[in-house]
Design a protein around this ligand. Structure first.
Ligand code: R5P
Length: 283
């Protein structure tokens, strides 16, 4: 068994290969003069774990080409971050179900798919092969333990993310709540924990994705107004678009904690251990 990866998942692929004690296949990537992507894989095995996050259109094409290069019936695909997964329904007539379109492309040439904190579990059914999802909530919890915070409060940015926040909080037996939005006027909105009080506490806002950071930056500002001592932001997928990291820092966020499903300077948590475990378990 060997691991092979796209350029956007080199670090996670190497950590995974180490955890499984197997080699990583080298791939040479280049472009044709017209900009089209080309790649050539080194020596492949009969059984390959293909790993690649879809963080943009180039990585989507590169992963599609890589799957095709691994021409064997025993390929497993790991999609640490699946771009396009958030358009998982036809919200308006005439729209594509982008998650389904992408899932169908990736199902050709692999026998199984593993995703990490997919935005909606329903997306798994769009793959034409068995697909399973792992959650890094325990790993985020373990990382929070290393911060040695006194009596931290784990907060979800909304009710939808509350279950995820609770899984994180369970790791340390910490308090958990979610932020409730109250509209004060046409332009003013208040965000505060639904039941608990943030005053004099270390607060960690946890979510599956930080995209523009807008939700957490607004929440952090309000939590400081409510007397919070310090506010951290933690997520699985650090999309961090539109200057999100700087925006969060400007809002007083102490630190941004992400995993390596998207490889960033603030990727402090690795998905490798859990991916390795599921691969070992399924043989
Ligand atoms: C939304 O459904 C996701 O779970 C995140 O809450 C969202 O992507 C965060 O967006 P932003 O960082 O742009 O506020």
């Amino acid at each position: 068994m060997k691991v092979i990866c796209t350029e956007k998942s080199q670090i996670l692929a190497t950590s995974l290969a180490r955890a499984l004690k197997i080699p990583v296949v080298e791939v040479k990537y280049s472009r044709f003069p017209d900009g089209e992507q080309y790649l050539i894989a080194g020596e492949l095995d009969d059984e390959t774990i293909i790993i690649g996050s879809v963080v943009d259109n180039d990585s989507l094409v590169q992963l599609t080409l890589l799957i095709d290069a691994c021409d064997s019936s025993s390929n497993r695909l790991v999609l640490p971050y699946m771009g396009y997964a958030r358009q998982d329904k036809r919200f308006q007539k005439g729209e594509p179900i982008s998650a389904r379109a992408v899932a169908q492309v990736f199902s050709r040439g692999v026998k199984e798919v593993i995703t990490v904190n997919i935005h909606e579990k329903g997306v798994l059914s769009y793959f034409g092969v068995p697909a399973r999802n792992i959650s890094l909530s325990p790993d985020i919890g373990e990382y929070i333990k290393t911060l040695n915070l006194k009596n931290p409060l784990i907060l979800a940015p909304d009710e939808g993310a509350h279950a995820f926040a609770e899984q994180v909080a369970n790791v340390g037996g910490w308090d958990c709540d979610y932020l409730e939005k109250t509209r004060l006027s046409g332009v003013e909105v208040k965000m505060a924990p639904k039941q608990l009080c943030a005053a004099s506490r270390s607060v960690i806002i946890v979510d599956d994705i930080i995209s523009t950071g807008g939700t957490i930056a607004t929440a952090a500002t309000m939590l400081y107004q409510q007397g919070a001592d310090e506010v951290f932001a933690a997520c699985v997928h650090g999309v961090l678009t539109n200057g999100a990291y700087v925006h969060l820092m400007a809002a007083g966020v102490r630190d941004v904690i992400c995993s390596d499903t998207i490889e960033r300077g603030c990727s402090k948590i690795s998905a490798a251990r859990q991916i390795a475990d599921i691969i070992k378990m399924t043989g």
